[in-house]
Design a binder for this molecule. Structure first.
Ligand SMILES: [Zn+2]
Length: 80
């Protein structure tokens, strides 16, 4: 249903059916103070209290994109 959405590039290759954590932003590495949403590129930083990330905390997804793409990507969510 969102097949032609401008935010979609190749995320299916690495985010389909992943387990995501719903949490406040936390850097993957010290010094990486912010990330960008994998879909819309919105900034995600320590002020972001409701974001989604892969279990390794490498990829971050903002709440709006999570809501828009959760069915398409078949994510499972764990609360952190
Ligand atoms: Zn987004």
């Amino acid at each position: 249903m969102y097949k032609n959405d401008w935010r979609l590039t190749n995320q299916m290759n690495y985010l389909q059916k992943k387990t995501l954590l719903n949490m406040r932003f936390e850097p993957f590495k010290k010094g990486w103070e912010h990330e960008h949403c994998e879909f819309c590129s919105k900034r995600i930083d320590s002020k972001t209290i409701d974001a989604y990330t892969t279990e390794d905390r490498y990829y971050w997804i903002c709440k709006e994109c999570f809501d828009d793409f959760k069915e398409m990507f078949e994510w499972k969510v764990k609360n952190n």
